[in-house]
Design a protein around this ligand. Structure first.
Ligand SMILES: Nc1nc2c(ncn2[C@@H]2O[C@H](COP(=O)(O)OP(=O)(O)OP(=O)(O)O)[C@@H](O)[C@H]2O)c(=O)[nH]1
Ligand SMILES: [Mg+2]
Length: 631
């Protein structure tokens, strides 16, 4: 009895094996534009050109013959004939992605070296052509020593040629021998990669300049060592720039607010008002406007230049196509803590604000994956923290240079951002083992081409960020500081008592202070924590307002605010405060959007609970460590 020949489809993940399998057998295997769709063996029948039937098996994608996951092991065991219950295939079809030749050829070389009859399907040739890449299949075939058939699995192009080539590969009865100890099988990965690259280059007829550039840039941007170094360098320059470039424009905004404030103080009061209002009321209104609203809102608005600098970097990096590369590099790391590759975009948006970030998690299909991403999104440093960080760092971290171009302040800022990310990773790791247990899915993003950022797009992005920021300052923050001014101004303190402690706000703060004193917080901080719930920047506005009330004769301005801070805070307190802002879920909008996206109070309550606990512990540990170190 003759058995039906067995043919296996093998190749890198996402090469189009399942699409080809479906096209050849008429089956409906799941295909998807991301690696790891097929995780087990599937087989089907098909008739060759001469009418002979064969069994075709679709295998999970693999990167090489040394497997790193169970489904990759299946692939290796099948093609080496060591899989239990499976016979050695009579031939293999190696599916390679034409647009990604040098990577896919590496595995192909290993497979060819096994010595089984081989046909190479040069798949996705349509995408290669679209990208301006022309390949010479005959040349590739000569280089590899096996038949190469161009195919477009999803358009059923090249199927007849593929079947014909298979017919002769099987019919030739080429000696099936396994050479596992010689040839390319034993070659190390670097040699293989080099050979793959030179074969790919030899088979390339023409390539557009864009594709060539993309290749060259990616060789650096995605390099396992150079890539992360480049990413860190970019981030580092970004945070240095936030401090270094903002001084002058901040000065302008401060003068503007000082001018408005002195205008309000000196403005003549119209006669009819003077007749209805007493002098005391007029003074109170003047003080409400200058010490309350203008001092508070102004203290926040001075950070506009820094926010714009930060977003210029982010928008330019996005527009050039670099951000997706950064995501790609982070993917392994994200997968190792159980996050889906799709979580990257929501998490990236959370650097602007967690609210749109949490809404963007809707693209994640898996519920557990999505929930994990929502729960850690508030740990990404949103732009509302920037004013708080900058104020405290500017006031209490010395502006010294550690190396010629490395300022300590920028370094601390970078550290706070990194800390948020690291915290998020640990949180994800813990959550995935407990409350959101489940399998995680792989990465799924196409690499876009590199491009020069379009000035118009960047300008538009900046404009909308500036509007959002100014709108918050003019509404939420203005209202918060106005309310705070009232609560902090009454009742009026008797001589010798500090207004900020005697007032209603002061007494509420004293209550909060009892809870936060163990972690090094003072009365100022306790007073700023409630306004910060409305919007994190409001913490800065609140301090400005309270200092203005305590020192009514001072001019407002960041300089004065920093000076006050230096006089009233110790370094350990400042560090604990920064740490608190890295972790604490201080934002009502985030809690509200979490409730909406998870349909209930359970998860927002959980989120607030674990983040406050984390913030409290981190701030306390920092405070006592700093004290212990004698800072
Ligand atoms: N344009 C184009 N798309 C293709 C072609 N072949 C496959 N695709 C698409 O590429 C994606 C990946 O195809 P799959 O067949 O799932 O890839 P696979 O090799 O089975 O991947 P794994 O199962 O993860 O190893 C899908 O979105 C397919 O629709 C092709 O020739 N041209
Ligand atoms: Mg598949």
């Amino acid at each position: 009895m003759t058995t039906i020949p067995l043919v296996a489809l093998v190749g890198n993940p996402n090469a189009g094996k399942s699409a080809l399998f479906n096209a050849l057998t008429g089956a409906r295997q799941k295909v998807g534009n991301y690696p790891g769709v097929t995780v087990e063996r599937h087989s089907g029948k098909l008739a060759l050109a001469d009418g002979r039937p064969i069994d075709l098996v679709d295998l999970p994608g693999a990167y090489s013959l040394d497997p790193s996951s169970p489904d990759e092991r299946v692939t290796r065991d099948v093609v080496t004939g060591t899989q239990a219950g499976e016979r050695l295939p009579d031939a293999i079809v190696i599916v390679v992605d034409a647009a990604n030749l040098d990577n896919h050829l590496r595995f192909a070389l290993q497979l060819i070296a096994l010595g089984l009859p081989v046909v190479v399907a040069l798949n996705m040739i349509d995408l290669a052509e679209r990208d301006g890449l022309t390949l010479d299949a005959a040349k590739l075939s000569a280089e590899l020593g096996v038949p190469v058939i161009p195919t477009v699995a999803v358009r059923r192009r090249g199927l007849d040629e593929l079947k014909a080539a298979l017919t002769s590969a099987i019919g030739s009865g080429a000696a099936v021998r396994l050479r596992s100890s010689e040839g390319h099988v034993g070659e190390d990965i670097v040699t293989l990669q080099r050979r793959a690259r030179s074969i790919a280059a030899a088979s390339t007829v023409s390539e557009t300049a864009v594709r060539r550039w993309t290749h060259m840039l990616d060789a650096v941007a995605l390099h396992p060592v150079a890539g992360p170094i480049l990413l860190l360098t970019i981030l580092f320059v970004m945070f240095q720039a936030v401090f270094a470039w903002s001084e002058t424009p901040i000065g302008w905004i401060e003068s503007l607010f000082a001018w408005i404030e002195s205008g309000v103080r000196a403005a003549p009061v119209p006669g009819f008002l003077r007749s209805v209002l007493s002098d005391g009321v007029i003074t109170a209104i003047r003080s409400f406007l200058s010490d309350g609203v203008i001092a508070g809102v102004g203290a926040v608005i001075v950070f506009l230049p820094q926010i714009l600098i930060l977003f210029t970097f982010i928008l330019v990096l996005e527009a050039t196509g670099y951000m997706v590369r950064a995501a790609f590099m982070m993917d392994r790391l994200m997968a190792s803590v159980g996050l889906s590759g799709r979580a990257f975009i929501p998490l990236l948006s959370s650097f602007a604000c967690a609210v749109p970030g949490i809404m963007a998690t809707r693209t994640i299909d898996d519920e557990k994956d999505r929930l994990t991403t929502i729960l850690i999104a508030p740990l990404m440093t949103c732009s509302a923290r920037l004013p708080v960080y900058t104020l405290v760092i500017g006031a209490l971290i010395p502006n010294t240079r550690i190396l010629p171009f490395v300022g300590l302040q920028g370094l601390v800022m970078l550290g706070l951002y990194v800390l948020g990310v690291v915290g998020a990773f640990f949180a994800a790791l813990a959550l995935r083992r407990t409350v959101t247990k489940g399998p995680s899915s792989g990465f799924m993003m196409e690499m876009p081409k590199y491009q020069w950022p379009r000035l118009g797009d960047v300008a538009l992005g900046l404009w909308s960020r500036a509007l959002i920021f100014l709108k918050r300052a003019g509404t939420t923050i203005a209202l918060t500081v106005a309310l705070l001014w009232v609560l902090a101004s009454y009742p009026v303190a008797p001589a010798g008592q500090r207004q900020s402690e005697y007032s209603i706000a002061g007494r509420i703060a004293s209550g909060i202070e009892v809870v936060v004193r163990p972690i090094g917080f003072n009365h100022d901080i306790a007073l700023s924590l409630l306004p910060a719930m409305a919007a994190r920047e409001a913490a800065v506005g609140a301090m400005a307002t309270v200092y203005a009330i305590d020192n009514p004769e001072d001019e407002a301005g960041q300089g004065k605010l920093s000076e006050n801070l230096r006089g009233r805070w110790s370094l350990p307190t400042a560090l604990a405060f920064l740490m608190w802002f890295v972790f604490a879920p201080q934002c009502i909008s985030t809690i509200a959007v979490t409730r909406r996206e998870t349909n209930g109070w359970k998860w927002p309550a959980f989120m607030v609970g674990y983040l406050f606990a984390l913030a409290y512990v981190a701030a306390g540990a920092t405070y006592w460590a700093a004290i212990g170190l004698g800072l």
